[in-house]
Design a protein around this ligand. Sequence first.
Ligand code: F6P
Length: 326
Amino acid sequence: MSTIKKIGVMTSGGDSPGMNAAVRAVVRTAIYNGLEVYGIRRGYDGMIHGDIFRMEAHDVSNIIQRGGTILKTARSKEFMTEEGRKAAYDQLKKHGIEALVMIGGDGTFRGAVAFFKQYDIPAIGLPGTIDKDLSGTDFTIGFDTAVNTAVEAIDKIRDTAESHDRLFIVEVMGRDAGYIALNSGISCGAEDILIPETVTRINEVLDRIESDEHRKKTVHILVVAEGDDFGGAKEVDEKIRERFPELSSRICILGHIQRGGSPTYADRVLASRLGHAAVIALMEGKTQVMSGIQNGQVTFTPFEGVVKQNTPISEDMLNMIRTLSI
Ligand code: F6P
C-alpha cells in the first residue's frame, strides 16, 4: 500500500455527462479510505493558476444526476508549454498534492503524457468524453448519454421528415471519431452514415439516394459526423442539391446539445466504477494508467496506449447499415 495522503481531482477538455458522477466516486472513495481530496477547477488551467480547494464528502452530494462538471473544465493552451507544466507542478507541490486523478479525453491524456515525462507524480486517468475516441476502454463516460440525446433528436427529425417527404442531413459531434454517428444512425434507422474512419465517396452516397428514390423511398436520414473527411452537413447538402434540385432537403446540426443533460444510468454506473477503481489503484501503487472498462471488467492501460489509436469501426456494422436501410 502507498503512503499517499493527499490527492487532487480534475476534469479537463470537453465536458461529458457523467463527469460529476466520476468526481463523486473519486471524492467519496478517497475520503472513505482516509485520504484528503483537493478539487482542481478548470482542468490543467486551474492547476497552473492554483485554483485548488479542499473537498469533503458533502461537496459531491446531489451531483450524480447532473450533466456538466462541478469542477468546470477547459482546454489549456498554457499546459502545452514547458513553463505551463512547470507552473502546474509547482502548484501541486505548494498544495501538498501527492497524486492526481484526471477525468478527460484525448487532449487530457496527451497533456498527461507530456507532464509525467517531466514530473514523477502518481496519476490515474478516467476516460471522460462523448466521442469514445480512446483505446483501452470499450466505453467512455458520457458517450452513452450523448448517443441517446442524438437518438432522441433524430427520432423527432424523422417525424417531420416523414410528414414532408424530406431528406435530412443530421450532423452529430465527433471531430475524429464516428462512434456517435454510427450508433445514433443505426438506432434511428438512418439511410446512410458518414464517418471520419472511412473514406466518404460522395458520388456513391448520391447514387444510393437515387436508388432509394427509384424504390419510392420518400424519407432519407443521413447522419454525418462533424469530422467526416468529405465535410459536414452543409457540404453534403450542397452536393445533394446540385444533383437532385427537385429534392426537398434540410440540415440539422445537433452541436453542443449532445454534451449536456442528465447522464444515463449506464454512464453513472461506468463513472462510479471507474472513479472508485482509480482511487483504489492509486493506493495500490498504480500510476500513469487509465482505468477503463473492457469486456465488463475494469482494466488499466498506460497513458501512452490510450491516445495513439482508436478502436477500429467494425466492418460488419458498416455493412449491416446497407442491408437494414433498404
Ligand atoms: O471532444 C468532444 C467534442 O464534443 C467533440 O465531439 C467536438 O468536436 C468538440 O468537443 C467541440 O469542442 P468545443 O466545445 O471546445 O468547441
